[in-house]
Structure formats: C-alpha cells, structure tokens
Design a protein around this ligand. Structure first.
Ligand SMILES: [Fe+2]
Length: 376
C-alpha cells in the first residue's frame, strides 16, 4: 500500500530548471491513472505473481541520474534477422498493421544470444512495437529479467512508481482486484487515453523497452501505440521543415506532484529537460515527432499561444492517426517490446468488472535525443 505523506510536501521548480518552465502557464497537465493503493490481503492471496506486487520505499532516495554513454545495439544487427527467424522456419510472424506492430509466436526471447538481442533491438526499431507471445519472462527470477534488459542500456529507476521489494529498477503497472479508483477518475475525465513516450523528461529517455503481463482482466486493458515516425512522415515538407530546429521542454514535476498528492513517494528529485521536437533514431536514421501531452510543456522561444497551437496540433495529429496506430491485446505470457524513441503509447482503463491488471516494465535508457538536419 502506498505510504501516507506525513506532512504537506510540495514540488517546486528549482532555479536550475529551464527558464520557460518557471512560468505558471505550462501547457497540458499530467493525467494520473495509477491507483494509489491496493488491498494487501486480496492481492497477496490472489495475485498470480505476488513477488511482483508494488512496494513504495519512502526512505530510500536516489541521486540525480548521471549522463552515461549509450551503445545502440540496433546498429550492430544482422538485418536478415537469422536469430529471430531461423532457417528452420519455426517463428510465426504476423504484422498487425502495415507500418508498425508485429506479433511473434514460437520464439523465446530469453534464449536469444547477444547477436539475437542486437537483432531484436533493430527489428523493434523498424516495427516500432512487437508483441511476443508465450514468453517465460514472468517466470524468470527478477534478477534474470533485469540482467536480460540491462543488455540494452542502463536501467531507469522510476521516481514515483511502485517496484517489487528490492528491485527499484522494475516499474510496475498494477490495478488490484476490486479496485474502484477508476470511478473517481471518470467522474472528472471523459477518457483514460493519455498518450506519452515514457519518462521523456529524463535527459536520456528509454529506448528498447519491455513490458510483460503478469495478470490481466478477461477482456480490456489493451495498450495503444502510435508510430511517431510515420506521424512525422505524414506532415507536409513545409511543416516538417518548420519543426526542425525547435526544442521543447519536458517536465517530470507534475508526475512527482501527482504522486505526492495521493500519498505516494518521490524517490529522486524531479527534473525537466529540453529535447528536439523532431528526433532522429540512431539505428534507422528515421525522424519522429517527440512531444507528448503527458510530459511536454512548451516549445522553447515561442510565445505561449504559438507554442500551444503547434503542440495542440501535433497531439491532435498523433491522437487522430488511427492509420498509424497499433492496438495490442494482452495474452497470458505476452511480452511487448517497443522502441520508446519512435512510438507513443497509452494504457486503456476500459474494464469495469474490477479484475486485476498487473504488468512489469524493464526500461533501459538510451541516448540523449538529437536531430539530424532537415532534408526535404
Ligand atoms: Fe508508459
């Protein structure tokens, strides 16, 4: 259960934050969807993976994240993907949409060699999001799952999410059996859709990201993805050119404040960072829109109305683009791997029978976002 705040805590924007963040007119607002607590007895007795139940360590504080040199394994990959699709032909591949999203069966991720993992990083960068069915990831010791994910980059430790006891690097998404917190949410909001790229406020946000299901409602709780490289390609050359060179502020302050407001924790001081509005993928060279309504606040150097107009247009474009979206349905044993640099996603809280939904995310960080020059 989330610890209660013992005193009033506020999150303030430090002097070191980008100047435009200190204005009171931040665009957008962080949408908090995670329930603040769960029934410990019900969950410990009923969860399929009780050792993955969230704990919130209010005592341990983590220092600011230091920059590190990221190695992009997708650059090293054999693009014929011999380890993913061996000549024996046992792997079953089914593309979910033409531009993005693939479903793979009969391939065990945990048995991939280093070369296979390089191919995985590249394949996911190309297909944006890949659902691997029938995986044993959830049954591995947590150390082994982390060891696997650590190949792709330094583990991100989330500042406010729950984690399995002793494993702060695992980000948990959990809504316990009987949970009714969504009622309160929908009393104030019309939809649970909250498009975002994970923790984009970090200086080096995640790249190849793993999310695996532990327990799920019978129906519902799918995850939506948007292909942000294809979303960029849909823009006119003139508009694309205008976006190049722009930078936007991404803030973790509102998420931290939301955690404190519901009695949760903030394990690391919140940060804000400035990233290019269009980023280039280091392995594929593709360009992608890199602003999202959960964490992006404004475009540096523009007046508020100008910044809001461009961001609103881009958010609307990303949300409307069902012709570059992928909807992933979870099955027992599914591991979804996405490239956080060229996608956005949203959970859906659309089931009302109070069944449990429980997932674990392994979140290797990647390079600091950069853009390469516009080429018309
Ligand atoms: Fe997310």
């Amino acid at each position: 259960m989330a610890p209660s705040a013992t005193s009033t805590v506020t999150v303030t924007v430090p002097a070191s934050a980008p100047k435009n963040l200190s204005t009171p007119q931040h665009f957008g607002a962080y949408k908090e969807l995670q329930p603040p607590e769960y029934n410990k007895d019900v969950e410990e007795g009923g969860a399929k993976y009780p050792h993955y139940l969230p704990t919130w360590d209010a005592e341990t504080k983590y220092p600011p994240l230091e920059p590190f040199k990221h190695h992009e394994h997708g650059q090293d990959a054999d693009r014929t993907y011999p380890d993913l699709f061996p000549a024996s032909g046992t792997t079953e591949r089914s593309d979910l949409t033409p531009s993005a999203g693939t479903e793979i069966r009969n391939l065990q991720l945990s048995s991939l060699s280093a070369a296979g993992k390089d191919q995985l990083a590249r394949f996911v960068a190309e297909r944006k999001v890949v659902a691997f069915r029938g995986q044993d990831f959830k049954d591995l010791p947590i150390e082994a799952a982390l060891d696997y994910g650590g190949y792709f980059g330094r583990h991100h430790i989330h500042p406010s999410s729950g984690a399995p006891a002793g494993f702060p690097e695992v980000h948990l998404v959990h809504r316990g059996e009987g949970d009714e917190s969504s009622k309160q949410f929908f009393a104030a909001r019309t939809s649970s859709v909250a498009w975002h790229s994970d923790v984009s406020y970090e200086q080096q946000p995640p790249g190849t990201t793993f999310l695996y299901i532990l327990d799920k409602p019978e129906t519902g709780g799918d995850t939506l993805f948007a292909n942000t490289a294809e979303a960029y390609n849909r823009l006119s050359p003139l508009f694309r050119e205008r976006l190049h060179g722009l930078q936007a502020t991404h803030s973790g302050f509102e998420q931290a404040a939301a955690s404190l407001a519901r009695g949760g924790v903030v394990r690391r001081e919140p940060v804000a960072n400035v990233h290019p509005v269009v980023r280039t993928h280091p392995a594929t060279g593709e360009k992608a829109i890199y602003v999202n309504p959960q964490f992006t606040r404004d475009i540096v150097g523009l007046k508020k109305e100008e910044s809001d107009a461009i961001l609103n247009f881009l958010y609307s474009h990303l949300a409307w683009g069902a012709d570059f979206h992928v909807r992933v349905k979870w099955e027992e044993g599914t591991v979804v791997v996405w490239d956080n640099r060229v996608t956005q996603h949203s959970a859906l809280v659309d089931w009302e029978n109070k069944q449990r939904r429980h997932l674990a995310r392994i979140t290797p960080q990647a390079e600091r976002p950069y853009e390469t020059p516009y080429q018309g």
